[in-house]
Design a protein. Structure first.
Lengths: 153, 782
């Protein structure tokens, strides 16, 4: 049975009818046109679909859309409302990504970390993004970019 | 030589799009009226299809059409036409499409799949070439004699499961082994792995009502897709149009036509409607190309002072259900069997053998890691037998100026300096380990050389279209796919250097469309810098010549008396006599309004000069064309309790001729080495006896994660200018992966005294050896 849910998406209210087993990732991408969360595995194994639920990173591919009823969802589209963030500028500086498919998930995970802990050390950074897979980069330039931001401010 | 733009840091075109999640990948595209396809796969990896009943599925909600292979008239392919987009009367691997449902949503399509009824008659399953080659083996392709092949090189052996046989003969191996004081012989096995880009495959196909076909896909061979799809449907090539948006990583398996012919076939049943197929992660493992899968039996001989005298080798590629895409992998592996070493005598034979696995296709550096793994491991074994340092032995036998590789290609000084590469790796990781063992760990070092040529079709070219705009800026259009390796950046830097203008004035294309992009073969073989760079230089020179011709009309000087500096064309002896480029790039409007001169809009192409197909008799010939060489080394530490191998330090030195984009070049090595660590220590597509894949997900198929990073990585580039490469540059992208496996396994031997002869070497395998050798320590509390 379809059910209507309401949630805040990047600061704006959203109202949509969903099936009880519909995944948040599919609702965001295929029905709401929010394309930055990516489908990498659909099973919670890669982190490409990461979004923030009330500021906490979750895997939207294994989250049911009905679970976010009444909650707040943030994707890259929301983070960038005022242009690129400091973290994104640092990624650019460090040539952090190659194909960029993992970038949205990686960015949201790192954003969550920096919010909780603005000055993490390298170990904490590695730990935070350890569950996000990247096939291209060998991770080093991603870590370096986050380290750079952690030293600022 | 001083360069202004190359070798310097540069902005990456499209970096902002990619970082901010704005880059459009295939699955981000939704076309009006789009339908979705889901695929039915067989229960068996090898079986006859007795019947397919789609009637129930057709009645399911949202279903528009159910498609089977019965309309397929003939197989398709590139070198050997043995491929089918969908099974016709038998299935040959577990991920082979048997039927497809087209529906309004993916959900509806998926629901209908279970209603399709298929009856099979199972056949014996082979996942290893050696089994499929046995005399009594059932044929996977009963009529391989009917397949079209482009040259006899790709001719199958009917009545057997052998698809391609390729052999090279250099000198006299018998004599070579007679001259040898020491002979080493062994067998090696490089298991199958998968490219595993984080973006799974996705394709949209649309058959227009006028009979033309349009395809959107993630593939670095758009023109190959166009040609094979046109050929399959009997259409004009010009009536198939392929769009390539951003690609979320390639690593090989998105470089030959993969799921595109399948989606085009499915979409042909619903003319006028676009059909999207996006693979799940599982399908990405089971139903696209896998890589590697080569066994090697190697025998080398050497004199007692360490001079190699002969190489004898047999290679077996378990090529999977279709051999077309694997053919060149086998050929390349044979041609690379000698690695960076000079063998006066060599006899190498390779078989690519049909098996019941997904077809083997390209995977970063294909053919090279497999072959060089074997030779680099056996060099260490030989050094031990000779009681010589493995470094000394290698240096004694490097292919240097005037020497030939196993296919007889002569090397020149300008091909690179292996000695310098070796030195710089040894500087980072000295060949002696100070402490070999402590309470918790065993330590070791190991090294390997690496070499790779593009190994492309002899007609492989890249094109560059340069369009001067009326404000003096330039639009640069090519068909090279930037899968993240930084190709668009390199293109812009080379264009800036050649056109003498800042990169900011040059806009590089960010989308490929066979309707507009200049033709190129495929963006493969790490040859974009080399070929594409030269195409850019040629186009730039052509444009500059045109500008000078226009200026000569305006300035009343012969064109060869004029100079160009990116902004002006001027008289070389009186530089004040000049005209601005922006005023002459669309011809020149004279005072009375008459326009003279030509529009500066040019296209040029470049191919590897003098590359030839191998001689049918001897297998020899100038098959590489341009080589990049290097050296890699590592220090490992092995946990005595767990058997886990940690890479303390990994060093790579490659002679790239000239570094164009330093940050990008370094990033290629960092990523390539980690991918190499993956294939060495954890990555394997594992087959069950029935041909099922045991680990088609990212939990059981282990990709390297942050914790697998080497403690330290050293990257050094040597710059011996290439004779042909643009500004002396050579290819680099795939190379960092080649020496990783043998370097690590050589280091493991150094640490624990055990020769692993296959990859991956998992933690459990190491632990077992530690236990057998009594090298483990038990925790006290245990
Ligand atoms: S797509 Fe959600 S974790 Fe991979
Ligand atoms: S940049 Fe390609 S997957 Fe991370």
């Amino acid at each position: 049975m379809k059910r209507e849910i309401k949630f805040t998406l990047n600061g704006d209210p959203v109202k949509i009818e969903v099936m009880p087993n519909e995944k948040l990732l599919d609702v965001l991408r295929d029905r709401l046109g929010v394309k930055s969360p990516k489908h990498g595995c659909g099973r919670g194994e890669c982190g490409a679909c990461t979004v923030l639920l009330n500021g906490k990173s979750i895997r939207s591919c294994i989250t049911l859309a009905i679970e976010v009823d009444g909650q707040e969802i943030t994707t890259l589209e929301g983070l960038e409302k005022n242009g690129m963030t400091e973290l994104q500028k640092s990624f650019l500086q460090h040539n952090s990504f190659q194909c960029g498919f993992c970038a949205p998930g990686m960015t949201l995970t790192a954003t969550e970390l920096l919010k909780k802990n603005p000055h993490p050390d390298e170990e904490e950074i590695r730990e935070a993004i350890a569950g996000n897979l990247c096939r291209c980069t060998g991770y080093k330039n991603i870590i370096d970019a986050i380290v750079d931001v952690s030293k600022k401010g | 030589m001083e360069y202004k733009y190359i070798g310097k840091d540069a902005k990456r075109p499209s970096a902002v799009e990619r970082i901010t999640g704005k880059a459009i990948f295939v699955d981000d595209i939704r076309l009006p009226g789009m339908l979705y396809a889901k695929i039915l796969y067989p229960k068996y990896a090898h079986a006859k299809i007795l019947s397919i009943d789609t009637s129930e599925a057709e009645k399911m909600p949202g279903v528009v059409k159910v498609v089977t292979g019965k309309n397929i008239k003939h197989p398709f392919g590139d070198c050997l036409h043995d491929r089918l987009p969908m099974a016709v009367d038998k299935v040959r691997y577990i991920g082979e499409p048997v039927a497809a449902v087209i529906a309004d949503t993916e959900r509806h399509a998926r629901a209908a799949l279970s209603k399709i009824k298929v009856e099979y008659e199972p056949l014996p399953v082979y996942t290893d070439a050696l089994d499929a080659m046995k005399k009594d083996a059932v044929l996977i392709h009963e009529h391989s004699e009917k397949y079209f092949y482009v040259t006899p090189l790709y001719k199958p052996t009917p009545g057997t499961n052998i698809a391609i046989t390729y052999e090279i003969k250099k000198g006299d191996v018998k004599k070579g082994f007679k001259e040898a004081d020491v002979v080493v012989e062994d067998e090696f096995n490089f298991h199958h792995m998968s490219s595993v880009a984080i973006e799974p495959h996705a394709t949209i196909a649309l058959h227009h009502l006028d009979g033309t076909v349009e395809i959107w896909t993630a593939n670095v061979g758009p023109f190959a897709v166009r040609e094979q799809v046109a050929e399959f449907f009997g259409k004009n090539i010009s009536d198939v149009r392929v769009h390539i948006p951003h690609i979320g990583g390639c690593f090989g398996y998105k470089s030959d036509p993969g799921i595109e012919p399948l989606v085009a076939y499915i979409a042909s049943f619903v003319p006028g409607r676009p059909v999207k197929l996006r693979l799940t992660r599982k399908e990405d493992f089971t139903s696209t190309f896998i890589g590697r899968g080569i066994r090697a039996r190697v025998k080398v001989g050497a004199t007692k002072d360490g001079k190699l005298t002969a190489l004898e080798e047999t290679l077996y590629l378990s090529t999977g259900a279709y051999a077309d895409t694997g053919s060149n992998i086998l050929i390349v592996a044979v041609q690379t069997s000698g690695g960076v070493y000079y063998f006066p005598n060599a006899h190498v034979k390779g078989y690519s053998v049909y098996t019941n696995t997904p077809p083997v296709g390209a995977l970063r550096a294909y053919g090279h890691p497999e072959a060089e793994f074997a030779i680099e491991r056996i060099m260490d074994m030989l050094a031990r037998k000779l009681d010589m340092s493995p470094i000394e032995l290698r240096k004694k036998n490097y292919i240097t100026d005037g020497k030939t590789n196993v296919v007889g290609e002569k090397f020149k000084k300008s091909d690179g300096d292996l000695f310098k590469c070796t030195e710089s790796v040894l500087e980072a990781i000295p060949p002696k380990v100070e402490v070999k063992e402590d309470e918790n760990y065993l330590y070791g070092v190991g090294y390997a050389g690496l070499i790779k040529a593009p190994k492309a079709a002899t007609f492989a070219s890249k094109g560059c279209h340069i369009k001067f705009n009326v404000d003096g800026t330039v639009s640069l259009n090519m068909a090279g796919g930037d899968v993240g390796q930084g190709l668009w950046t390199v293109a812009r830097q080379i264009a800036a250097e050649a056109l003498k203008m800042p990169p900011e004035k040059i806009k590089v294309y960010n989308e490929i469309d066979t309707q507009y992009s200049p033709w190129e073969w495929q963006t493969v073989g790490s040859m974009f810098t080399f070929q594409g760079g030269n195409a850019i230089i040629r186009a730039a020179n052509k444009a500059i010549d045109a500008l000078k011709r226009n200026a000569s009309l305006v300035l009343k000087r012969d064109p060869d008396m004029l100079e160009y500096d990116g902004e002006y064309v001027y008289d070389r002896s009186y530089p004040d006599v000049k005209v601005a480029v922006k005023d002459i790039c669309r011809g020149y409007v004279t005072e009375d309004g008459t326009t003279i001169g030509e529009v500066v809009d040019v296209t040029s192409y470049f191919r590897l000069p003098g590359v030839q197909g191998p001689d049918p008799e001897t297998g020899m010939g100038r098959t590489g064309g341009s080589y990049t060489m290097g050296f890699q080394g590592c220090k490992v530490k092995i946990d005595k309790r767990t058997g886990k191998v940690y890479i303390d330090h990994f060093a790579t030195s490659i002679d790239v001729g000239k570094v164009i984009f330093p940050k990008g070049a370094e990033a290629q090595v960092l990523g390539g080495v980690l991918m190499g660590i993956g294939e060495t220590l954890m990555e394997e597509v594992r087959f069950k006896e029935n041909g099922e894949i045991a680990n088609p997900d990212l939990i059981r198929y282990k990709l390297p994660r942050i914790e697998d990073l080497p403690g330290k990585q050293t990257v050094k580039f040597i710059e011996t200018p290439d004779a042909v490469g643009p500004f002396g540059a050579r290819g680099l992208g795939e190379h960092p992966m080649i020496g990783v496996a043998p370097a690590i396994l050589n280091a493991i031997y150094d640490a624990i005294g055990y020769d692993f002869k296959e990859v991956p070497v998992t933690q459990d395998m190491v632990k077992k050896v530690l236990e057998e050798k009594g090298l483990t320590v038990k925790d006290k509390e245990e």
